[in-house]
Design a protein around this ligand. Structure first.
Ligand code: HEM
Length: 127
């Protein structure tokens, strides 16, 4: 039986696994690797802080999480298909590693954020 997400090490584990899978994805991985050429050495620690804030009440995340997506959406649309694929990979990553209430919470929070952002970005494209 798998255990639940209980500490920062667990968060580091699932974030690293998620980006490991994501890099070979033609739709979402393409945005990180080709469109934006993201510096993962800088991006990943932000994501650890972000998920630690959402799941374990961490207070290290400083940022405006939607901002880069707003910027990218202006020249490379981030569509519902991108968000669906992102979520599919996120859920598969969590389920492959963890099980329990925090694991469920991670998937629910990801779904809520992805749904809201997807809707907002689509709305902004139509303005
Ligand atoms: C459509 C799917 C998505 C794509 C293509 C995408 C892509 C990106 C890119 C390119 C960055 C900038 C990385 C950098 O240069 O540091 C970024 C930042 C970020 N993304 Fe996403 N993202 C997606 C969905 C999501 C979702 C659903 C979440 C939350 C559940 C999320 C959370 C974040 C956070 C927290 C940051 C860092 C913001 C900051 O600078 O503080 N992303 N994303």
């Amino acid at each position: 039986m798998k255990s639940d997400i209980i500490n920062r090490e667990d968060i580091i584990q699932f974030v690293n696994a998620f980006y490991g899978n994501m890099k070979s994805d033609d739709l979402v991985g393409h945005v990180f690797l080709e469109v934006e050429q993201v510096d993962f050495a800088k991006h990943l620690p932000k994501m650890y802080d972000f998920w630690e804030m959402l799941l374990l009440d961490g207070d290290q995340y400083r940022g405006a999480p939607m901002q880069p997506h707003l910027r990218i959406n202006q020249y490379h649309p981030l569509t519902p298909e991108h968000f669906d694929r992102w979520l599919e990979m996120f859920k598969a990553t969590i389920d492959s590693l963890f099980e329990g209430p925090k694991a469920e919470e991670a998937k629910t929070k990801a779904f809520n954020i992805a749904s809201t952002w997807s809707y907002k970005l689509e709305y902004l494209r139509k303005m």
